[in-house]
Ligand binder design. Structure first.
Ligand SMILES: [Zn+2]
Length: 466
């Protein structure tokens, strides 16, 4: 073989090896009132399939049921060529998830979510003939951490949406036992389907993000629409359920329709955006179902108690591929997956020192609790006073070997920074009651952040910078 050809071959493999950037395109498929939305679903499913793109359709239970009632088996069939996921049972009929979860504990909320949203999930699975829904995303900004345990019970392995509630470095992460694509920030780039003149600039921005993600070893970029946006000029639920309104079914009104011309323009812009992204080397349109398999599973790699304590000594936080909860479990000699505490407890212990024997007894309580429940305890006892799990972890991590007394440390739970704090602005959604705020949901979200950690791509030999 001539040397030149060999060199060219080597060069081309070098250039072909740019890390993959997965582009996830998802649709909140939800308008069960405006019949023209069915045609939008059909058109989008077919156009994208023709381009070789598998999108993720997060379907509302009510939407799946009207497709069946109207005998739109053509639409159901076309959507079945894509990834089928879930987007709540009724979406906007009050009370929406954040509203009904706000007064509930983690356990009560999970039960309530299962009761309200479980039947719709089963409808979507039955109507689309799928054994598993790949993901869930909340209606509007109606998020609540109690949903996570319920989603796991429904067999849903991931959470995909965009919002401010929780996030980690604008890339996928693990949280509450689910794989998350959420809060991608600059890596969430939607094309404005109403203005063709903006497409060039939007595409340039997306291409720039692809380059940045490739420098970091690959990653995810996402964007989303609602099929109804392609046929109506207003949102179906804003028309009927604004600010907690709940009209009788007989009084539901369809949304105003776009002209044929305006509708065609929206499809043209989306198709053109997709086509241009597809041409970027290394870009791959990936459904959520597939995306999960491109990431390493959440099961933590084993590490010694000494190493876990050393990492926790740097801060009570996730480190490398381990969540703070996993590090505490490993430090106690009961490594593996572990859930967040069921409730938050503050330390009542006031003294600044305890004996090594008292610490060992406290650690034994935590170890036993984790071994039996695979959950962190919220607190442990030191005689008749309590030490929160955070303070216990900080005290254990800093305790010198062999000393007879140990300084009690107060933990700064650094992982809590991944949950937002503005519980009014972030829950402001036209369907929520006026002035709705839910700081209680962020309190629970912070508690669950014991389990947060970055998700790592399965790319051998490529460094992931996060
Ligand atoms: Zn929605």
């Amino acid at each position: 073989m001539p040397l030149l050809l060999l060199l060219l071959g080597l060069l081309s493999t070098t250039f072909a090896a740019e890390p993959t950037v997965h582009v996830v395109l998802w649709f909140d498929t939800e308008d069960y009132i405006t019949p023209e939305d069915d045609d939008a679903c059909l058109r989008l499913a077919r156009d994208l399939k023709a381009r070789g793109v598998t999108a993720t359709f997060k379907v509302v239970g009510g939407k799946a049921r009207v497709l069946e009632q109207r005998k739109r088996f053509d639409v159901i069939q076309a959507l079945m060529g894509h990834d089928i996921a879930y987007h709540s049972d009724n979406h906007s009929i009050p009370p929406t998830p954040a509203v009904y979860l706000k007064p509930l504990s983690m356990a009560e909320g999970a039960t309530e979510f299962l009761l309200r949203e479980g039947p719709g999930a089963r409808d979507v699975m039955r109507i689309f003939g799928v054994k598993m829904l790949s993901t869930y995303g909340q209606p509007g900004s109606s998020w609540g951490p109690q949903s996570h345990a319920a989603l796991r019970q429904l067999g849903i392995p991931s959470y995909v949406d965009e919002g401010q509630h929780v996030g980690l470095n604008n890339q996928p992460f693990w949280y509450g036992g689910l794989f998350w694509v959420f809060n991608l920030g600059p890596n969430a780039i939607r094309a404005d389907i109403n203005d063709p003149s903006k497409l060039d600039a939007t595409f340039a921005k997306a291409a720039q993000r692809v380059t940045e993600l490739q420098k970091a070893g690959g990653g995810v970029l996402h964007f989303w629409y609602h099929p109804n946006e392609f046929v109506t000029t207003e949102f179906w639920d804003g028309v009927n359920f604004s600010r907690g309104a709940n009209p009788a079914r007989a009084n539901w009104k369809p949304a105003k329709l776009r002209t044929k011309e305006s509708s065609e323009q929206t499809y043209r812009i989306l198709n053109s955006y997709v086509e241009r992204l597809q041409k970027i080397p290394g870009v791959r349109f990936t459904s959520v179902r597939e995306l999960i398999s491109f990431y390493q599973p959440s099961t933590p790699a084993t590490l010694t108690p000494e190493r876990a304590r050393a990492l926790l000594a740097k801060g009570i936080n996730w480190h490398q591929q381990w969540s703070a909860a996993e590090l505490v479990a490993a430090a106690l000699g009961v490594p593996g997956e572990v859930a967040s505490p069921a409730a938050r407890h503050e330390s009542t212990l006031k003294s600044t020192e305890i004996t090594r024997a008292e610490l060992d007894a406290a650690l034994a309580q935590a170890r036993r609790f984790i071994r039996e429940t695979r959950r962190l305890p919220g607190m442990v006892w030191v005689a008749s006073e309590t030490l929160s799990i955070g303070d216990l972890a900080a005290t254990m991590a800093q305790a010198p070997e062999g000393a007879a007394s140990v300084e009690v440390r107060r933990a700064a739970l650094q992982f809590e920074q991944h949950v937002a704090t503005d519980a009014c602005r972030n829950f402001n959604w036209v369907i929520h009651p006026e002035g709705f705020c839910a700081p209680e949901l962020y309190d629970l979200g912070r508690l669950e952040a014991w389990t947060i950690k970055p998700a790592a791509l399965r790319v051998a030999g490529v460094r992931q910078s996060r």
